[in-house]
Design a protein around this ligand. Structure first.
Ligand SMILES: *Cc1c(COP(=O)(O)O)cnc(C)c1O
Ligand SMILES: [Zn+2]
Length: 388
């Protein structure tokens, strides 16, 4: 195990690794896992990745679980990076790729984060796990908790896509549907967790979901033969994937695997819930809660993100940007991607396409650049969104 400690992303305070933590004990901001990367590099090399297991645990030395028997796995990660030639040609782009995260267990990239979070919860002795969710985090927690033999307590808005509710019930979770948004569900978990003995695995309120999601960055580099694209377009809710990839790039540079160049990171949000876009445009480091949040892309319906400053820092440090698209645009984009590439995207993933079109039109992405879109889930989980 190469973890040295946990570090507050805001104030830098060190926290001991081998015990359960939520937020920083001093300032209440997210904790990040730090590794002895020199030690990791002894057994983890680009060359010896060949032939390792084809899930995210292939990057074992830079993942936090101490003992192999605590790994809770369902086949998460190592999803295909598809060259979208036909869609690219329609846009005048030669090198357009889609990372298809819909092929994960529970059909979204939430599987990555929950695989590592549940493995660590098991290792560190938590027995009841609770989460507020816009939908896919709930499905993933329910599945991984069942796989680990732990209990899952799930709180979702009552208008969450039906597939998310059914998958949680059918994998044995305790499901509560609430009036309101994910923030209301989060408040309910916070209010009850102490009395109930729940460990809170909310986005970025525990340190290990980011560790699973960061493998997106390792995979991208491995699948692009240890280069990175020019532009990454990422549908952003709580931001774990973007924050995770940014962390992975820094780790890979320290491992000596990549140089200091970074992709321009682009956040996509829905016009009806765009707190990060608004904060980016206004030059703020933190994003105020977005009022009356509404979008059919349920994974983007996150009016307030605790990792807001980490998302915004990465966008700015990478010379990236933030773009909002309408629900009409993202729903129409699903069929465009589907008909061109045979991929039924989640609405969140589809949102990357209208964002890319806007950036091309504004000259912020050039046609000779390598662009990666993240399809973060599978469209089949959102039949309501496509009913009309
Ligand atoms: C949760 C989710 C997102 C947003 O991911 P974050 O890491 O919270 O930014 C995007 N798409 C889908 C399908 C999701 O489930
Ligand atoms: Zn702190």
């Amino acid at each position: 195990m190469n973890v040295t400690h946990l570090e507050c992303a805001a104030c830098g305070l060190r926290h001991e690794a081998q015990r359960l933590h939520n937020l920083c004990h001093a300032c209440g901001k997210p904790l990040l896992v730090r590794y002895d990367l020199e030690r990791a590099a002894v057994s983890l090399t680009k060359e010896n990745l060949i032939g390792r297991r084809s899930d995210l645990w292939r990057y074992r030395e830079v993942l936090p679980v101490a003992h192999d028997e605590n790994i809770v796995a369902l086949g998460e990660g190592f999803t295909p990076l598809l060259h979208a030639e036909r869609l690219g040609a329609q846009l005048g782009l030669k090198e357009l790729y889609i990372k298809d995260e819909g092929q994960n267990p529970t059909q979204s990239f939430k599987a990555r984060g929950m695989a590592t979070a549940v493995s660590m919860a098991l290792e560190l002795g938590a027995r009841k796990l609770a989460v507020p969710s816009a939908g896919n985090a709930a499905g993933a927690l329910a599945a991984y908790a069942a796989r680990a033999g732990l209990a899952a307590y799930i709180f979702m808005p009552e208008d969450t896509p039906r597939a998310n509710v059914v998958e949680c019930e059918q994998t044995g979770a305790h499901v509560t549907l609430m009036k309101g948004l994910i923030t209301d569900c989060g408040a309910e978990v916070a209010r009850r967790k102490e009395a109930e003995g729940w460990f809170d695995v909310s986005t970025l309120k525990e340190p290990y979901r980011v560790e699973g999601k960061k493998t997106l960055g390792y995979e991208l580099a491995e699948q692009m033969n240890w280069t990175l694209p020019d532009v990454i377009i990422y549908p952003t809710g709580g931001g774990t994937g973007l924050i995770g990839m940014w962390k992975a790039f820094a780790e890979m540079e320290q491992l000596g695997w990549i140089d200091e160049r970074r992709p321009r990171m682009v956040t996509v949000q829905a016009k009806g819930c765009a707190p990060i876009v608004r904060a980016f445009e206004q030059g703020e480091r933190f994003a105020a809660e977005f009022p009356n949040a509404a979008t059919t892309a349920s994974g983007l319906r996150v009016p307030k993100a605790i990792g807001d400053f980490l998302i915004l820092d990465a966008l700015r440090a990478s010379n990236g940007t933030a773009v909002a698209v309408t629900d009409e645009e993202l729903i129409a984009a699903t069929r465009e991607v589907g008909a061109a590439e045979g991929l039924f995207c989640a609405p969140e993933g589809a949102a990357c396409l209208p964002a890319l079109k806007k950036l091309l039109a504004a000259g912020q992405v050039k046609q000779d650049e390598r662009v990666v879109l993240f399809n973060t889930g599978a469209g089949v989980k959102y039949l309501e969104s496509y009913a009309a």
